[in-house]
Write a protein that binds this ligand. Structure first.
Ligand code: ZN
Ligand code: ZN
Length: 301
């Protein structure tokens, strides 16, 4: 809800003309209560959980040869029923946990001072805040995820998320309700420490979920723009965590790789990666020298 009667009054208070985006925001939010603006997140999350994993799910079912080389676990072909089962659980988690959690979170959003008015934040302000949110959440998530791999945490809660040893996009929010609740805490610490505009908060919630879906999609594309983000884990990094499964003590971080590096929990992953690279190098050399390598095919996954 904006405290101006009209555009002219907003421009007088700001001491300048409104930008096109601010004019749009004025028309959109002027008479909308703040809690309704916050509840947009519920709709965004529903759309993201439903639509973002869809293209890769369709691709996984059709399996065109063009994307086959980028499949992280090529021997695994998920049937349509597992996509459906996964999405049904995600919907249940959405309607009984994610949605209600958003509904009751509004007072905390108000308390920390996430604003809805004018001026809108600059692109730099949004980017800087998003970096803080991602770093803070990644650090908190690392330790919660690591605790979830204790005997009790895994058996009681985290085993649900690990049902898919070869994950796909829909499996990103596929988790025990308690895990969804607990992981909501580090997601909110960043915005609580550095409160920004509601638009930044929307973007944060959306980008974090899209990132999670991308890291669970089961494919690692070399042309993915996330490859340019420093210390970004990506699909290959988290896929390894699912591949190893319950006894995994590697790759706990959700977004970046630095926590696992600092705390030494990426050793298994780095060993496996180096080992596979060495094997590939050796086989390429053998192939180059005319040695039959057909008995090696299928040993790399
Ligand atoms: Zn795990
Ligand atoms: Zn996962």
């Amino acid at each position: 809800m904006l405290p101006y009667r009209n555009l002219a009054e907003a421009e007088v208070v700001l001491g300048r003309n409104l930008t096109a985006a601010e004019t749009f925001w004025f028309h959109y939010s002027a008479s909308m209560p703040d809690y309704l603006l916050f509840y947009h997140n519920i709709a965004f999350l529903f759309v993201i959980f439903t639509l973002v994993p869809l293209p890769m799910a369709v691709a996984e079912l059709i399996r065109p040869s063009t994307i086959a080389p980028f499949k992280l676990q090529p021997k695994v072909a998920l049937p349509p029923s597992s996509f459906l089962k996964c999405y049904k659980v995600v919907l249940r988690v959405f309607f009984f946990v994610v949605g209600p959690l958003q509904l009751i979170s509004y007072p905390s959003v108000k308390l920390v001072g996430i604003r809805t008015g004018l001026p809108l934040p600059s692109a730099w302000e949004m980017a800087a805040q998003l970096v803080v949110y991602f770093l803070v959440e990644d650090y908190g998530n690392y330790w919660i995820h690591r605790a979830m791999h204790s005997k009790w945490g895994y058996e009681k809660i985290h085993h649900v998320h690990h049902e898919f040893t070869a994950p796909m996009g829909f499996a990103a929010p596929y988790a025990h309700w308690a895990e969804v609740l607990v992981l909501g805490i580090p997601s909110f610490i960043g915005p609580a420490l550095v409160p920004g505009h509601m638009v930044t908060f929307w973007l944060w919630i959306a980008l974090r979920q899209i990132e999670a879906i991308e890291t669970h999609c089961g494919y690692d594309f070399p042309f993915n723009p996330t490859k340019f983000i420093p210390f970004y884990g990506g699909a290959e990094y988290h896929d390894y965590h699912h591949y190893v499964g319950g006894q995994s003590q590697s790759n706990f971080a959700s977004v970046f790789t630095y926590c696992d590096y600092i705390y030494g929990t990426d050793k298994g992953y780095r060993f496996q990666k180096a080992h596979l690279a060495k094997l590939r190098e050796q086989w390429t050399a053998e192939e180059h020298n005319g040695i039959d390598i057909s008995n090696h095919i299928g040993k790399i996954e």
